[in-house]
Unconditional design. Sequence first.
Length: 70
Amino acid sequence: MLKFAKNYLETIDGVATYPMISLAIFFLFFVALFAWVFTASKTYINQVSALPLEEDELENNTGSAHSTII
């Protein structure tokens, strides 16, 4: 199976550029993510990190029928 794929890929002109493009997209995505993490405001991070807790508090206060019994 791998031999078939290898032979098929060898017939495509410029096939070596596709892994380089993939690596560049992968690298740029994580560089952008890394930059966003360090430039995001602390208030936004705190607000977003409290969202799951706020939802649980609202369910507990309203007595939601969706709460699970353990």
